[in-house]
Design a protein. Structure first.
Length: 153
């Protein structure tokens, strides 16, 4: 039995298309998830050390930071300047959800800060959007910190 040439080309095209949908080596969902988690851990470490330069390097050039009670801060340079005004030691981030799809990852979580001599304890929600870079690393593209509103009786 002879297979028509057009059908062979059709099958070859589908095989190529399906091969393109498979994750390439080094881009398995588990590896991507671990890489995103590692980036978030570096973010927390840099915050706790007060290292605004290391923190800024974890953002893309065109990233956006959305801190509570503040206008959006756009761009790595402006975000670095914002963090140079001060970071909080003792920050912890608890991941509620972490998903990675292709070159985009996002984390939904909760942050907590301990009481200090100057500040009461603080907690809130965070959403971080990350993008895989051409070199395979992950950087923050957008970040939103939400503090719950306090109401007095």
């Amino acid at each position: 039995m002879t297979v028509p040439r057009g059908f062979t080309l059709f099958l070859a095209g589908w095989a190529g298309l399906l091969a393109g949908c498979a994750p390439s080596p080094g881009e398995s969902p588990n590896a991507d998830r671990k890489a995103v988690e590692a980036t978030v851990n570096r973010y927390v470490e840099a915050t706790n050390k007060g290292d605004a330069d290391a923190l800024a390097q974890l953002y893309e050039d065109d990233a956006v930071l959305l801190p509570p009670d503040h206008q959006p801060i756009e761009g790595r340079t402006a975000i670095g300047e914002f963090w140079r005004q001060g970071t909080d030691e003792g920050r912890e981030v608890t991941t509620r959800r972490l998903d990675v799809e292709g070159g985009i990852g996002y984390l939904v979580g909760k942050y907590t800060l301990p009481e200090t001599d100057e500040e009461p304890p603080d907690s809130g929600k965070t959403v971080m959007c990350l993008k895989r870079q051409q070199d395979g690393s992950w950087k923050t593209h957008g970040c939103r910190l939400v503090q719950p509103k306090t109401f007095s009786a």
